[in-house]
Write a protein that binds this ligand. Structure first.
Ligand SMILES: *Cc1c(COP(=O)(O)O)cnc(C)c1O
Length: 358
């Protein structure tokens, strides 16, 4: 069976060594040495002012919205994972969808202004498959209307835009370190921000609202990463070059062989260095996507319909029509892409797609 992804497992010795040291210290959580070491390494590598590790990649979106959503309307994208919309609804805010750009697949800034009302508090947009949103345009709109910008950067570990980590843009960015993501801590994630006063608030929110051992006067939640997760993260982190290189080679091969106009991918935004965490392809119509999916499944190859559904179609939101996102969500497949995918396996995937299309 060839799945869409496989979790990268570091050498068991590397993980064991860290776990052994946990046995010595007896510290399993509450910001032990491994969480701080991981935060330090990531801040340093990506030149970030503030980064806080969390226990998954959804709670950082909730925390960002707790801080800036204020129960208002959140301008958001229909083309993302369900967590983006679920966090909005869960935090008592209202998602207001704006359709995506046809070629980049990120929120269309040309359509944002008409969706803004006096109740709008934030723009929450996703850098889709690591492809950056139109950051400058969004920033201009946010400034004009005094809105906060939150980026769901769940896919963006290692991505740079204009020579800077993509995490450094917007008021707050969030990342996921879930086992299916390019860098992982089994379950985990992070909040990234630029302003020290934001960091202070975020820090409190992620730890029960504590401002000291006894003072828990602010409202908060438990979003802390455990030492076991951070230990996994540190061990995976040692192998990132290997992971990036392998994925780069695989993505290049897909790109070389899947050149048909009936099977395309997104347009990479200029000045971006991508991490190849996914290889999405979009077919000319629903029927072709279904035919390709069936042919692959018959050969025990399991691509994933990701993102599906278009989030404006979720039963618990105010449904707005989003023609571009809806059409894309119906026609897209993410192809197998992971460190241990062999050349032979990948060529089999390519061959089946080509045969089905011809
Ligand atoms: C994975 C993902 C999330 C959620 O992250 P978890 O760590 O699984 O909670 C949110 N948004 C996007 C775009 C994702 O891909």
């Amino acid at each position: 069976m060839i799945p869409v992804t496989k979790t990268y497992l570091p050498s068991i010795e590397s993980y064991h060594n860290r776990v052994r040291s946990i046995w010595n210290t007896g510290i399993l959580t509450n910001r032990g040495g491994f969480v701080k070491e991981l935060e330090g390494k990531l801040k340093n590598e990506f030149s970030l002012n503030h980064l806080l590790c969390t226990n998954n990649g959804t709670i950082p979106i909730q925390i960002a919205l707790k801080l800036y959503g204020k129960g208002g309307e959140i301008i958001t994208t229909p083309f993302s994972y369900v967590a983006t919309t679920a966090a909005i609804q869960w935090e008592g805010c209202t998602p207001v969808y704006v359709d995506i750009e046809k070629d980049h697949w990120t929120i269309d800034p040309e359509k944002i202004e008409e969706a803004i009302t006096p109740k709008t508090t934030c723009i929450l947009a996703t850098h889709v498959f690591g492809n950056p949103c139109d950051i400058e345009h969004i920033q201009t709109i946010a400034k004009k209307f005094n809105l906060k910008v939150i980026y769901d950067a769940a896919h963006c570990f290692g991505v740079t835009y204009k020579e800077r980590s993509i995490f450094s843009y917007g008021d707050i960015s969030t990342c996921s370190f879930h086992a299916t993501k390019i860098f992982h801590t089994a379950e985990g994630g992070a909040l990234i921000c630029n302003q020290p006063q934001d960091y202070e608030k975020i820090f409190g929110l992620h730890n029960f609202g504590h401002k000291g051992k006894l003072d828990c006067s602010g409202l908060g939640i438990n979003a802390k990463m455990s030492e076991l997760s951070a230990a996994m993260g540190l061990s995976v982190y040692e192998d990132m070059d290997l992971i990036y290189n392998k994925r780069h080679t695989l993505a290049d091969k897909y790109k070389t062989h899947l050149t048909s106009e009936f099977c395309t991918s997104f347009k990479l935004r200029a000045n971006t260095s991508i991490n190849n965490s996914y290889y999405p392809v979009v077919f000319k119509d629903i029927k072709t996507r279904a035919n390709v999916e069936e042919a692959l499944n018959r050969n025990e190859i399991i691509p994933r319909r990701y993102f599906y559904p278009s989030l404006n179609k979720l039963p618990y939101v105010n449904q707005q029509k989003m023609p571009i996102a809806e059409s894309l969500a119906e026609r897209i497949l993410c192809l197998p892409l992971y460190h241990s995918l062999t050349d032979k396996e990948q060529m089999q995937v390519i061959k089946i797609i080509k045969e089905t299309l011809s």
